[in-house]
Design a binder for this molecule. Structure first.
Ligand code: FAD
Length: 300
């Protein structure tokens, strides 16, 4: 459920920051009223981590761009009315300098969509998009042509921050379910919570959750009070997402272990959350990419 709503929180900010007034007026109010759906389309079949390598092209033809290419793993992609899309507008520039942000309307002729089946996020649709000579008005360009890369990069920071908060929240739910179970479940004449090995598992969960939560709260304070330069903040956002998703992974795993067979059954919260671990660790910037990004920001 949160994923399908969050497609708006990743698709709309580029427009809010850099879109024309006319585009903002057309797109933002109906989405915020819940009447229309927005999606962000950056990832392509050839790879999502290397955003600068976008291959989908948008070639100027009069008052339109002609868009050709593919996007994949797009949240809300099946239903989206507006798709904030990363396109290459300068075919000579194969790097970050040739990328633009284009809003593509969902009813554009030449756009076809295929639903994808996945491990978790069942309440959110995920799609493969195919653009075949889609004519998109030039007025749908967001910001300056060929300067879209920075807009997408900035957008990732807020996505990573809310994914961090979500992840330690999921970890906390797993911890609470495991604690509750450990206090009630009795084996060999004692509750699980009376066993040192189980108490250590619960403490390890609590340690990781508190560390992740502290990192995120401190980061939110820094952002609100504008403490630290942008490189430091980018590094801390990356670290917060890594720490929080690692806490989620650890706690989902440990909670299932403490719940035993019951943890494997549909209906426990930890089983449900276990399905969501990998998308949180991969989507919005994978652990490997984020550690690498952070290391460059702090000049390691
Ligand atoms: C359910 C779901 C929803 C999604 N929603 C959206 C969406 O709405 N919009 C959107 O644009 N994208 C979306 N994505 C895509 C997501 O952002 C990408 O999956 C992610 O960025 C990774 O890209 P990739 O899958 O192509 O993996 P790749 O980039 O091919 O990477 C594969 C693996 O290799 C590692 N790797 C890559 N490069 C390096 C390197 N240089 N050094 C070390 N390791 C490396 C990665 O960390 C990863 O583990 C979604 C994905 C999922 C699963």
């Amino acid at each position: 459920m949160q994923a399908s709503l969050n497609s708006h929180t990743i698709a709309l900010p580029p427009l809010l920051v850099a879109g024309s007034d006319a585009l903002k007026r057309r797109v933002l109010p109906p989405v915020l009223r819940g009447e229309k759906i927005a999606a962000l389309a950056v990832t392509e079949p050839s790879g999502g981590s290397d955003v600068a390598a976008v291959r989908t092209t948008a070639v100027r033809d009069g008052d339109h761009y002609v868009v050709n290419g593919e996007k994949t793993f797009i949240t809300s992609g099946m239903r989206a009315n507006f798709i904030t899309t990363a396109v290459r507008t300068d075919p000579q520039n194969k790097g970050p300098g040739g990328i633009s942000v284009l809003v593509i309307d969902g009813d554009t002729p030449g756009l076809t969509r295929t639903a994808l089946k996945k491990m978790g996020w069942w309440c959110s649709d995920t799609a493969h998009l195919h653009f075949d000579n889609c004519r998109v008005p030039v007025s749908n360009l967001v910001g300056v042509e060929n300067e879209g890369f920075k807009t997408f990069m900035n957008n990732f920071n807020s996505e990573r921050l809310f994914m961090s908060a979500l992840s330690y929240g999921y970890a906390q739910v797993c911890f609470e379910e495991a604690l509750d179970w450990a206090r009630q479940r009795s084996t060999f004449g004692q509750t699980l919570s009376q066993r040192q090995v189980i108490r250590h598992k619960l403490m390890d969960m609590m340690l990781k959750i508190d560390a992740a939560r502290s990192l995120v709260h401190e980061l939110a304070y820094r952002i609100e009070h504008q403490i630290g330069d942008s490189a430091q903040l980018v590094a801390r956002v990356a670290m917060a997402k890594v720490a929080s998703t690692q806490a989620m992974q650890f706690c989902a795993d440990q909670s299932l272990q403490i719940l035993g067979g019951m943890g494997y059954m549909r209906g426990t919260r930890s089983e449900r959350i276990y399905h969501e671990v990998k998308v949180m660790m991969i989507g919005g910037g994978s652990e490997e990419i984020l550690k690498d990004l952070a290391s460059r920001q702090v000049q390691i």
